[in-house]
Design a protein around this ligand. Structure first.
Ligand code: SF4
Length: 302
């Protein structure tokens, strides 16, 4: 059996940047160990464990009062935060290390710009997702968040001039369906392209090219392997989107968070097994999954 690790998988550059910022802070802070991250740094339990072993501590906003004026540094992860978080940090004498992905920062700036011009802001996304909470905060929650065409039809006020954005990790087919239904009902609809960075990120809209740009090669990779093991944290939005791409191209695809979830029967009769993952799945963990599969096969044969 051949095991293939998808060479296009692994961290997107936004996550690479966030993890690097955390590593740099941890290296600097060896003596005072006051480095915290607000929420899970990425949606991948194994990478969180690795960074926590180096001293990173995961906190919530409720922990801010305990960190007041002790020289704490709090990392903002790639998803970004609303302005209220920066204010709360300042009030508690906490230093913010901002590792917000530049794509998300740009999205927040664009949303704010259209809001200032009096547009109704519509966001295709998940209302409680960290990135969307950040964007909602930028406009004082004056926006409509929808995750389906039905919700768009029900909740968007078609009499207003409107701009449509997407959470960066949503799926393009649903986004396009929402765009089309709003286009047919709203006379002044803008679908924002974040034009300043569109070329760099291959962006037709605010869905990140690091997610949507992978779809074609991911389909091909899924079709080229008899069985596909998709590795991601279950809380990862782009993990769900990319897994749907894989499973629609190959019905013998399996979503796992940990190598121990692999069932030997999944591998029966397969000549090739492909391993791929989300933008928050580290390459080193896919290597571990490959080693695990080899040991499963050895046990199976012996
Ligand atoms: S998927 Fe895109 S928006 Fe999200 S962290 Fe990666 S580069 Fe940034």
């Amino acid at each position: 059996m051949t095991i293939n690790i998808d060479e296009h998988s692994g961290f997107c550059w936004g996550v690479v940047r966030t993890v690097q910022i955390a590593e740099d802070q941890l290296a600097d802070a060896r003596r005072n160990s006051n480095v915290y991250v607000l929420g899970n740094i990425i949606h991948n339990p194994r990478e969180i464990e690795r960074l926590e072993a180096k001293g990173l501590k995961t906190i919530t906003l409720e922990d801010f009062p305990q960190l007041a004026n002790i020289g704490a540094k709090v990392i903002i992860r790639a998803h970004g935060e609303p302005p209220s978080t920066y204010r709360a940090a300042w009030e508690h004498g906490i230093e913010i290390i901002d590792a917000t992905c530049p794509v998300v920062t740009k999205l927040q700036e664009r949303v704010r710009k259209f809001w200032d011009q009096g547009y109704q802001i519509v966001i295709f996304g998940k209302k409680e997702h960290a990135e969307v909470l950040g964007v909602r905060g930028v406009v004082g929650d004056e926006c409509v968040v929808v995750k389906s065409v039905e919700e768009a039809v029900e909740h968007v006020d078609v009499s207003k001039k409107t701009v449509l954005f997407s959470q960066t990790t949503m799926d393009r087919p649903t986004f396009n369906a929402i765009k089309n239904v709003l286009k047919s009902r709203i006379s002044e609809l803008v679908v924002d392209t974040m034009e300043e960075i569109a070329t760099e990120f291959h962006a037709k809209d605010t869905i990140c090219g690091q997610v949507s740009g992978r779809e074609d090669e991911l389909k091909l990779f899924a079709q080229q392997n008899d069985v596909v093991i998709f590795v991601a944290g279950r809380a990862s939005s782009n993990g769900k989107v990319l897994y749907n791409v894989v499973s629609s191209a190959n019905p013998s695809a399996h979503f796992i968070e940990s190598a121990s979830e692999i069932e030997p029967e999944w591998l029966e009769g397969a000549n090739t097994v492909g391993i791929t993952g989300a933008t928050s799945t580290p390459q080193w963990y896919m290597q571990e999954v490959a080693e695990h599969i080899k040991s499963v096969i050895r046990n199976f044969v012996s």
